[in-house]
Design a protein around this ligand. Structure first.
Ligand code: F3S
Length: 298
């Protein structure tokens, strides 16, 4: 069996930064709570819980002496306002790429533009973005929803509009949606806010799925970027999502010749290493494991 590990597998910059902020505070004996789970990865969450980190849902739940950490997804302006008014001590670990979207939509609202947001309205990142909009906005998950939306709203063709996307939105879907929107709003201000880490991870996953019999996608079941990786791989080959090495489809792997491995932005390197170790055990020969350049093997 040949095993190829995606060079983009594992923590992205924003998630790594958020987890390091929490660990750094804990190292300095600071009591820490996070507004929602800091990362969509159960193993990292349980490690942090063992270090005493509490997950809270609102700033009201923060106790005296605790430091609240805002996760990389970001939050609505109203949450910052509430933390300020309650004098809650906090560290903002919003990914700078997400914070940039907050600024774009806020400025668009001030200019009277209608904001179109490509993304999942149930995802915390989108809820945060919506919470920085200052005027009208619309969210759509895919081009079908966009079609329905455009049929239902009665804006004139040359209304000023601004278009942004969730950082983990599908690159393919974004292109389709833009084509549709550009036909209706010829003067639209378009901001391609899909994160490079996401775009690169998705295109590498597509490449892996073309070159391998099976792709293993390592990541949390709650992680939307991991789910998207699984979907793009499944278009071209057999693909499995595993949260830990214990979930590997051993029977199928024993039969496979070429196996690709990728991982979501919230998957720690330690879990990727565990999966690799298990796969090495089931290899029937000594074919080398190919680590792509810059693979995070720490
Ligand atoms: Fe930030 Fe991109 Fe990660 S937006 S949180 S670096 S996927």
């Amino acid at each position: 069996m040949n095993i190829t590990v995606a060079k983009t597998a594992g923590f992205c910059f924003g998630v790594d930064r958020a987890v390091q902020i929490v660990d750094g505070l804990l190292d300095r004996q600071q009591r820490v709570c996070t507004l929602g789970p800091i990362i969509h990865n159960p193993q990292t969450l349980s490690r942090l819980a063992q270090r005493g980190v509490r997950v809270v849902e609102t700033p009201q739940e923060v106790s005296a002496g605790e430091m609240l950490v805002i996760r990389s997804h970001g939050v609505a302006q109203a949450v910052f306002d509430e933390m300020e008014s309650r004098a809650v001590q906090y560290v903002d670990a919003t990914c700078p790429f997400v914070a940039k979207i907050h600024r774009i939509v806020a400025q668009a609202g001030e200019k009277g533009e209608i904001v179109f947001i490509a993304g999942d309205p149930g995802h915390p990142e989108i809820q945060g973005i919506i919470g920085h909009c200052k005027g009208q906005y619309h969210v759509f998950k895919n081009h079908q929803e966009l079609h329905d939306l455009l049929n239902n709203i009665l804006y004139e063709k040359n209304m000023p509009v601004c278009i942004v996307s969730q950082t983990t939105f599908s690159v393919t879907e974004w292109k389709i949606c833009l084509e549709i929107l550009k036909k209706v709003y010829t003067n639209a201000a378009i901001f391609d806010t899909i994160c490079n880490a996401t775009a690169n991870r998705q295109s590498e996953a597509v490449e892996l799925s073309h070159k391998n019999d099976i792709v293993i996608v390592i990541g949390g079941r709650q992680s939307s970027n991991t789910a998207k990786l699984l979907n793009v791989c499944r278009e071209n080959c057999e693909a499995y999502l595993v949260e830990t090495a214990g979930e590997l489809p051993l029977e199928r792997l024993r039969e496979a010749k070429n196996v690709g491995i990728t991982a979501g932005a919230s998957t720690p390197a330690s879990i990727i290493k565990e999966v690799l170790a298990t796969m090495s055990e089931i290899k029937e020969n000594t074919d080398p494991v190919v680590m792509e350049d810059n693979a995070d093997s720490s």
